[in-house]
Design a protein around this ligand. Structure first.
Ligand code: SAH
Length: 239
């Protein structure tokens, strides 16, 4: 039997997992064995009797830095189990921005190793000495990599076959075609004097999908000119 898609998480706070990933869609899929979570406590790889994993930064400054030797032992152990096809990401604000295309490519693979930093971050030499790519959740600073790991795993898991009941719900999502999603409506038909766009009640599938495309394009153009420019480039075959 092929092993299910596996997320390996290296963390100082293993009790944060599965956390929200144990609920709802991801949780049900975890119980069904569609994906697997291996949480590894970095502290287990500390060398001395104090089990220390961090130290003060060379050059001075506030806070603590996670040690390269301790992290390397943890990464090497997991990389051996996960195999060479599994990419290793360090979660950090300087990294490649995580996005839907990256999530898709991870979902097509065998899994991912996610190294969560804490405090001031990690010793830079680890990133030079091991095949680790730094990946960022966005242009903001978290207090640790764990929320980023949860977000990344959640994003990938809902793309795995058999996780969402209807694969079309994923195909229409924001970013899947380079556009943000069209607005959604449900019952009641009238709420606080507001009705639902007429076309959605028409039962006319072509007109509905045309309306949704227009809405998706308008929302993208006004809210995210950066996405819109890329979308127009790809659509017109100029890029
Ligand atoms: N001093 C660092 C930030 C450390 S924040 C800097 O300025 O770059 C502590 C930890 O939180 C980091 O080691 C990293 O693992 C995680 N983290 C913070 N922001 C993140 C982000 N935007 N994406 C992913 N991980 C992040």
């Amino acid at each position: 039997m092929v092993a299910p898609w596996t997320a390996w998480v290296l963390t100082l706070f293993p009790t944060m997992f599965p956390g929200p990933l144990g609920e709802s869609l991801a949780g049900a899929a975890l119980k069904k064995g569609i994906w697997r979570l291996e949480t590894v406590d970095i502290r287990g790889f500390a060398g001395d009797k104090h089990r220390s994993v961090d130290d003060t930064p060379f050059g001075g400054g506030p806070g603590m830095v996670l040690r390269a030797d301790v992290l390397a032992r943890s990464v090497d152990g997991i990389a051996a189990d996960a195999g060479p096809e599994t990419p290793i990401f360090y979660l950090g604000p300087r990294g490649r921005p995580f996005d839907q295309p990256l999530a898709r490519s991870l979902a097509e693979g065998v899994g991912v190793v996610l190294l969560c930093g804490r405090f001031e971050g990690i010793d830079e030499r680890l990133l030079e000495a091991r095949p680790i790519e730094e990946v960022s959740l966005g242009d903001f600073v978290l207090s640790g990599g764990e929320p980023a790991a949860l977000a990344i795993i959640d994003t990938v898991v809902r793309l795995l076959p058999g996780v969402t009941g209807d694969p079309r719900s994923v195909a229409d999502d924001s970013f899947e075609r380079g556009l943000l999603e069209y607005p959604q409506y449900t019952r009641p038909r009238e709420w606080e004097g507001r009705t639902v766009p007429e076309v959605l009640l028409s039962g006319h599938h072509e007109r509905i999908s045309e309306w949704r495309r227009e809405q998706a394009e308008r929302t993208t153009r006004t809210r995210r000119p950066d996405l819109w420019e890329r979308y127009v480039g790809t659509r017109d075959g100029t890029r």
